[in-house]
Design a protein around this ligand. Structure first.
Ligand code: ZN
Ligand code: ZN
Length: 379
């Protein structure tokens, strides 16, 4: 079964990158964030630098990618010129920038040492400008091809979890369960897509009291009857990631567990409902947090309500009380809504969906059922 996904077309993104370069009033924009480079050119390797000029884009990479880079860029419809460079990278960039005055760097993706090298050795006569979150902000709004990939990544996880979840009744350790789920996601990916597939991030399986630690890593604890189990898992298709959390109850739930679960479900729904085009992301955070506060657990929801997802697992926008005025949902903004209630030493519940804001309202891209009962084996 192979799903055809719409082709990524970077032509529009190139126009956005040129516009961004002009808006920061630089003659050139030196892009070093690898996800920004992938977004802008289709290049998926681990080493590249991209120079955005007024009327052209140049990608510098090393000889390891001499064969692969032209293929990836052609597939994405990139117009970038490819230059193979290594020790002479600075000289090649300086040559390209002859006659220009200023160059902007991405502050998040340049180390202090690199900045010193660029400013004192490569481009000593240029004005070096620092920018933050320029392309990150632009790429937080996804196009159809990107949303299709995130949805495909989510589908891999939905099917894998349906297949593997029944194992929770058989007293696996957290690590055994995580490993089985990850194997199934990889198998589903290989079967469904010719494109690159993988996990979106390291799976979290947090059972019993471990569930009260939001970013717990799976350990050798045996999952027992009476446990709540948080499973936070994502897939990746062609670089694009999904992020979903479900909480299951092993065996019958106590009244307190039911109340904890239902509070988080209601908080999550309130958050998703608030994810409308034009809204600030902190409105979603407030909506989810209010439901949990009303249940008396304000102090037990200890993290932000969500984050953008795409080529990176955590990207813009921020979905938290600390979000800024730029953190606003646009049509195509993909972000998670993931409230939780963590009772120290007892148990945690978190429910998370990756959602997209659309002109007709929010849509969930992760669609595994929200039911604390462990599903029965499908065959
Ligand atoms: Zn997650
Ligand atoms: Zn998340």
């Amino acid at each position: 079964m192979s799903h055809a996904l719409p082709t990524v077309d970077v032509a529009r993104r190139e126009a956005r990158a040129h516009a961004a370069t002009q808006s920061i009033r630089a003659d050139a924009f030196l892009v070093t964030g690898m996800s920004n480079i992938r977004w802008l050119t289709g290049f998926a390797g681990s080493n590249a630098t991209v120079l955005v000029l007024d009327d052209e884009i140049v990608l510098y990479t090393d000889s390891r990618y001499a064969d692969r880079a032209p293929v990836e860029l052609a597939l994405a419809g990139s117009s970038a010129e490819i230059v193979i460079a290594r020790a002479d990278l600075g000289a090649r960039i300086a040559e390209q920038l002859q006659g220009s005055v200023s160059v902007a760097l991405e502050a998040e993706y340049v180390t202090w040492a690199q900045q010193r090298t660029i400013a004192t050795q490569w481009l000593p006569d240029h004005e070096i400008l620092a920018t933050t979150e320029v392309l990150d902000r632009v790429r937080s709004v996804k196009d159809e091809a990107e949303i299709a990939r995130i949805r495909a990544a989510a589908d891999l996880v939905d099917t894998a979890l349906a297949r593997v979840a029944p194992m929770l009744r058989e007293r696996p350790t957290e690590r055994q369960f995580a490993s089985a789920l990850e194997t199934q996601i990889r198998a589903n990916g290989a079967a469904a897509h010719a494109l690159e597939t993988d996990l979106g991030f390291d799976t979290i399986v947090a059972s019993g009291p471990n569930g009260a630690i939001p970013h717990h890593a799976p350990v050798d604890r045996v999952i027992e009857t009476g446990d709540l189990v948080i499973i936070d898992v994502g897939g990746r298709v062609d670089g694009y990631r999904s992020d979903m959390t479900r909480t299951f109850a092993v065996g019958p739930m106590t009244n307190e567990q039911v109340r904890q679960y239902e509070t988080v479900i209601a908080a999550q729904q309130a958050g998703v409902d608030a994810m409308v085009v034009g809204a600030e992301t902190n409105a979603v955070d407030r909506a989810a947090r209010q439901v949990i506060a009303n249940a008396g657990w304000a102090d037990s929801f200890t993290h932000g309500t969500g984050h953008g997802v795409g080529l990176d697992i955590h990207e813009l926008p921020r979905v938290a009380a600390t979000a800024g005025p730029d953190d606003v949902y646009e049509a195509g903004t993909v972000a998670t809504v993931e409230p939780g209630v963590y009772l120290r030493g007892v148990a945690g519940v978190r429910i998370e969906d990756t959602c997209v804001a659309t002109p007709t309202g929010p849509q969930r891209l992760t669609s595994f059922p929200k039911d604390p009962e462990i599903p029965v084996a499908s065959r």
